[in-house]
Design a protein around this ligand. Structure first.
Ligand code: C5P
Length: 277
């Protein structure tokens, strides 16, 4: 029997590596990215009937619950009527999926309520297809090509957002090069050390232009390294950065120190995959 109300977790998306490999005639950029998900995110509760969106949570202020909201656009794509409650725990417009993760969670929830998954979910946002699975993947094209990867090693992470919103189109427009090489082949990583060694051969090509637009990103990366991150990098088009730590205690200590600067900082780890039903 199908359910009448469901709850879905919308985890933060992290681009562990992101290369910009070209640009299409329509202006969208071709990407090659290793994507994974943190065990920290938004929460979506859906129930049948009605058509409404209620937003609460620490980052709900200023969010528009009108028809332009991606959650409602996702529901409209399926033709479903649902009452949606979004608990916004992730900073908005911050390079960790945000709206795409929420839209994907709405689509997953609606599928559980009996509404088939629509095609072309990337039209809602380039990160929606990869967020649908919320499991490690190689993402390419403009975001619509998603190849699942084996589970990644356990990672102790700190996510930091300095509270500046950077415009994704502005960051792409500020790129110096758009013809970077693709990612090297992605092996099955034996442990976090092997993953970090592989990541050192890669970049986030959006990090330099985003840091020029918002220099505080450079300060966040330096602070993560200073507090012991084995690797610190920006996710997506920023401004959220992640650090990979050797152990949960070090991650927690770093997160509380960094939060004292007035930055949003959370210690977390990789999410356990939840595959769309
Ligand atoms: O699809 P999404 O809303 O995430 O994209 C926001 C903007 O980022 C797009 O309008 C486009 O300017 C830029 N973008 C891009 N290439 C991509 C994804 C996004 O140029 N692959």
């Amino acid at each position: 029997m199908t359910e009448t109300s469901v709850v879905e977790f919308a985890p933060a998306k992290l681009n562990l590596a992101l290369h910009v490999t070209g640009r299409r005639d329509d202006g969208y950029h071709l990407l090659d990215s290793l994507v994974c998900f943190a065990d920290h995110g938004d929460r979506i509760a859906l129930s049948r009937g009605g058509s409404s969106l209620m937003i609460d949570g620490p980052f709900s202020a200023g969010l528009d619950a009108g028809g332009d909201n991606l959650c409602l656009r996702a529901a409209a794509l399926t033709g479903a009527d649902a009452a949606i409650r979004l608990t916004k725990n992730l900073p908005v417009a911050s390079g960790i999926g945000g709206g795409s993760a929420d839209a994907a969670a709405v689509l997953r929830g609606l599928a559980r309520l009996g509404h088939p998954m629509p095609d072309d979910t990337h039209r809602l946002g380039a990160d929606v297809p990869v967020c649908l699975r919320s499991a490690p993947a190689r993402m390419s094209g403009i975001g619509e090509v998603v190849v699942p990867l084996p589970a990644l090693p356990t990672l102790d992470l700190v996510l930091v957002n300095p509270g500046v919103a950077v415009s994704t189109p502005q960051v792409f427009a500020a790129l110096d090069r758009r013809d970077n090489p693709p990612l090297p082949p992605i092996p099955a990583f034996a442990d976090a050390t092997a993953l970090i060694a592989w990541l050192r051969q890669t970049r986030n090509d959006l990090q330099a232009p985003a840091s020029r637009i918002a220099p505080v990103i450079g300060q966040v990366l330096q602070a993560l390294t200073h507090h012991g991150a084995g690797l610190a990098r920006m996710s997506g088009s920023g401004a959220t950065c992640f650090g990979i730590f050797d152990g949960a205690a070090g991650a927690r200590a770093a997160a509380s120190d960094l939060a004292r600067r007035g930055w949003w900082a959370v210690a977390t780890e990789l999410a356990q995959p939840q595959i769309a039903g």
